[in-house]
Write a protein that binds this ligand. Structure first.
Ligand code: SF4
Length: 228
């Protein structure tokens, strides 16, 4: 499968924030979020083909790490993710799959980290608007969201940029019947400064509605860089 990067770091987002984890980032995505923080896996996908054996050999080089994160791009686009995740399960590793929740694959997974894309992700003004209609048609798939959150332990992560996003968050939460503490709100922004601008009011929403506030630890620690 086409791999953009692999790296060992701490998980920066979600309920496993701070846990040392191995990241396997596939290249390729069916969406084109306007604020995508990994455009090298979506708008301009890079990387090279890795065999399953090569990926597992890399994982085996970090015996102290017990958590693996399969991320992207969109790892659920690729049938190879099924065999990879089952091989990771055979190694008794904890597997998180990070997905936008638009595609189903029969993966092995301990935490399905679903990040549904809200209207704020639509690339209306980017690339001449060429991707906007496709993105909007694909970005929410109710059947897949319900299947993923029924089949796996899950968290729902949302990138929020303004108050108007919250009605969409509530409606997706109702759709899948998620308890509030499984919903994590992240302030939009790829730098500590831009995230902070959205953080203050978002914390207040979390206090009122019982959601988890989710800073992006890796952005705070390392800034907007690859491989961290
Ligand atoms: S789903 Fe994720 S990888 Fe794909 S364009 Fe959106 S933010 Fe980028």
């Amino acid at each position: 499968m086409r791999i953009s990067e692999v790296f060992a770091t701490i998980q920066g987002e979600g309920i496993l924030s701070g846990v040392p984890s191995l990241f396997i980032r596939v290249s390729g995505c069916n969406l084109r979020c306007v604020w995508c923080d990994t455009p090298y896996t979506s708008w301009t996908p890079d990387g090279e083909d890795w065999s399953l054996e090569r990926i597992l050999e890399w994982v085996d080089g970090f015996p102290r790490y017990r958590h693996v994160v399969l991320t992207g791009g969109e790892p659920m686009l690729f049938p190879e993710s099924v065999e990879l995740t089952h091989a990771l399960r055979d190694r008794r590793l904890h597997i998180t799959v990070e997905t936008a929740g638009t595609v189903w694959q029969n993966v092995a997974c301990d935490l399905m980290s679903v990040s549904p894309k809200l209207a704020n992700s639509t690339p209306t003004l980017r690339d001449g608007g060429r991707w906007a209609a496709v993105h909007n048609r694909l970005r929410l798939n109710a059947d897949v969201l319900k299947a993923l959150t029924s089949a796996f332990e899950f968290q729902l992560k949302f990138v929020v940029s303004d108050q108007a996003d919250l009605e969409e968050v509530r409606s997706i939460r109702r759709l899948v019947g998620a308890p509030a503490e499984r919903v994590l709100l992240m302030p939009e922004g790829v730098t500590p400064e831009s995230s902070a601008a959205n953080a203050a009011w978002l914390v207040e929403i979390c206090k009122e509605e019982g959601y988890r506030f989710c800073p992006r630890l890796h952005v705070l620690l390392y800034g907007n860089r690859r491989g961290v």
